[in-house]
Design a protein around this ligand. Structure first.
Ligand SMILES: Cc1cc2nc3c(=O)[nH]c(=O)nc-3n(C[C@H](O)[C@H](O)[C@H](O)COP(=O)(O)O)c2cc1C
Length: 214
């Protein structure tokens, strides 16, 4: 769908997901992430960049697993994560829009929990490439977990935390031969509707990931 069509539909509150082809699975247990592989950090940093051209090729589950673990997985005893959060509130939820459904990443169980049995990739942003790239992530702040953070600071702290997660995804992508772009040009209310979010959950950013276009 073109950006202009999306803008028009968005203005009318009509930017909606597509139905999925098969049955979306309620829960997907991800394989263990590969915690050893990858490029040396300085080489991954040297390759980090945004890209907006994606092949349609799906992401294999082991790649999705490592990507989500790198993004915001549990990396130590006690439940610590791969990205920081103020007062360790861990307020960001990573939502995963795939062709066969939209899921919330459960870091503790390293699994995906179905939130919408629809293909809502096209709802995750105004740019056309988001519709067909194999994966769009959405970073959502759950304000209920930030009760210890002063109200005036909650949004900026959550945005900083989401930015750290996004950079983890950039570095994993650079390391694994994937391409990605973080995006703020999104219709937050359309995304919130499609994901069935509650009042205290705030859509912050989206990020597309996939293989580079040949
Ligand atoms: C907060 C934020 C919002 C962004 N929003 C968008 C966006 O909506 N669409 C897009 O194509 N790129 C977006 N970008 C990516 C920037 O355009 C990109 O990082 C910048 O052009 C520098 O390019 P580089 O990432 O390749 O170094 C955003 C980046 C940031 C940090």
């Amino acid at each position: 769908m073109s950006t202009l069509t999306k803008l028009a539909l968005g203005a009318m509150g009509q930017l909606r997901p597509r139905p999925v082809k098969g049955d979306a699975r309620k829960s997907i247990k991800l394989p263990a992430p590969d915690r050893k592989g990858g490029l040396p950090l300085m080489q991954a940093l040297a390759r980090r960049r945004s890209s907006r051209e994606f092949a349609r090729k799906p992401l294999p589950q082991p790649v999705l697993s490592s990507l989500l673990w790198a993004a915001f997985g549990v990396n130590r005893r006690g439940g610590g994560r791969t990205a920081p959060s103020a007062l360790d509130a861990q307020e960001i939820d990573v939502y995963v829009a795939l062709p066969d459904g939209a899921y919330r990443y459960d870091a503790k169980a390293h699994s995906l929990q179905l939130v919408a049995a629809s293909d809502l990739r096209r709802v995750t942003g105004y740019q056309d490439f988001v519709d067909l790239a194999p994966l769009d992530l959405v970073y959502v702040a759950d304000h209920r977990r930030m009760r210890m953070v002063p109200v005036a600071q909650r949004e900026s702290y959550a945005s900083a935390a989401a930015g750290a997660i996004a950079q983890n995804v950039y570095l994993y992508a650079a390391s694994a031969g994937l391409v990605t772009v973080i995006r703020a040009w999104i219709d937050r209310s359309a995304i919130a509707d499609a994901l069935g979010l509650e009042h205290d959950q705030q859509v912050l950013l989206s990020q597309t990931v996939g293989y580079p276009k040949a």
